[in-house]
Design a protein around this ligand. Structure first.
Ligand SMILES: [Zn+2]
Length: 358
């Protein structure tokens, strides 16, 4: 922020102002350093992380836990930021043909709590392996892929804007809503906008955006010997406290009815653990060209969506809801552990959730 300074100043007040200015600059530099020092050492921090820190956390996890964690880049954003992914599994460099789960965060720029959710999961899986039996079982029998920030340009822009919490899209021109840029039923049904100025602008064509092409190509690359290894996924958003499943583009259920029952059962089980509301994505509103619709339609991945805290208005309008106080981060990320565990544990055969085989 800038303040206007009076243009007529006598010399002494100018000197005084300079002194005050220097003191203020020092305070601005020193106070964050002093405050940051103890927090940086803590295993879990109630603070938001910028893109560079998120990327570093992925690299650090791989460097510190080389047996269970491997870092890679899957592509670059419009502004050239690398899109990081972390692979988590026992003997991570060996192909054990384990069922795979994809968890991705921050498709929408202003949903900062979601990047913290993915960072929390990275910490939980790395520090918990060998001590937490659920985590250990998960990485012994599954591969978990985590993409903590699908939209780093938008997230950085939102962090540094005058109105943090209000920028949703990527940074291509006027911005594209990345979760309306997937090809399945793109722009079909009034669940996105053709207007670049709109918050839910779908882009000029399906997969026009490099961030979404990168995630698409990664998912396609997991088809090995003609079989998609990823069996289940969670696309994490804020806010409303919901667990969701396809379709987004229509009020119709997925078919056959058996598959709709599986989605409903898994969603309800997940929601029972974190107190969210389970519902089909289109029950919130119609959205077309979304990730979960594409994952299900194209790869038959049991694709769940989550909308995190808060449930509704917490003051401060939309910006407040999209950028809640950092003090809630630990509580609201840990809150979803059991829901994530359910998806990972059923990844060998998701229809097992209603007693069916695969
Ligand atoms: Zn979102």
């Amino acid at each position: 922020m800038r303040r206007k300074v009076r243009t007529t100043l006598c010399l002494s007040s100018l000197g005084e102002m300079m002194f005050t200015f220097v003191k203020r600059r020092l305070a601005l530099i020193l106070i964050p350093v002093l405050l940051a020092a103890p927090a940086a050492a803590a295993p879990q921090e109630n603070r938001y992380h910028r893109y560079a820190e998120v990327r570093q956390a992925v690299l650090d996890a791989a460097a510190s836990y080389p047996v269970i964690a491997r870092a890679a880049g899957i592509g670059r954003s419009v502004e050239g930021r690398e899109l990081s992914i972390l692979k988590l599994s026992k003997d991570v460099g060996v192909d054990h043909r384990r069922p795979e789960v994809l968890i991705n965060c921050n498709q929408h720029a202003n949903e900062h709590l979601t990047a913290e959710e993915c960072l929390h999961l990275i910490r939980r899986y790395t520090t918990g392996y060998g001590t937490d039996p659920v985590v250990t079982e998960a990485l012994d029998t599954r591969v978990v892929w985590i993409i903590p920030m699908v939209n780093p340009d938008g997230a950085e822009y939102d962090y540094t804007s005058l109105t943090p919490g209000t920028w949703r899209k990527n940074r291509n021109g006027l911005g594209v809503d990345l979760n309306r840029n997937w090809s399945y039923q793109w722009g079909c049904c009034g669940g996105s906008s053709p207007l670049p100025i709109a918050g839910d602008y779908r882009g000029p064509s399906p997969f026009s955006e490099p961030e979404i092409r990168a995630v698409r190509d990664f998912v396609n690359s997991r088809v090995v010997d003609g079989k998609q290894r990823i069996t289940a996924s969670i696309d994490i958003h804020t806010f409303s406290e919901l667990v969701m499943w396809p379709w987004g583009y229509t009020k119709d259920d997925v078919t056959p009815a058996r598959d709709a029952e599986v989605f409903q059962a898994l969603g309800s089980r997940m929601a029972a653990t974190n107190g969210y509301t389970p519902q089909q994505s289109s029950d919130l509103y119609i959205s077309d060209g979304t990730m979960i619709d594409w994952l299900w339609a194209t790869h038959r991945i049991w694709a769940m969506g989550m909308e995190m805290y808060p449930k509704g208005d917490i003051g401060g309008g939309l910006a407040g809801a999209f950028y809640p106080p950092a003090s809630v981060i630990d509580r609201e990320t840990t809150r979803n552990d059991r829901a994530v565990d359910l998806v990972v544990s059923y990844a060998d055969c998701v229809p097992r959730v209603i007693g069916l085989g695969c």
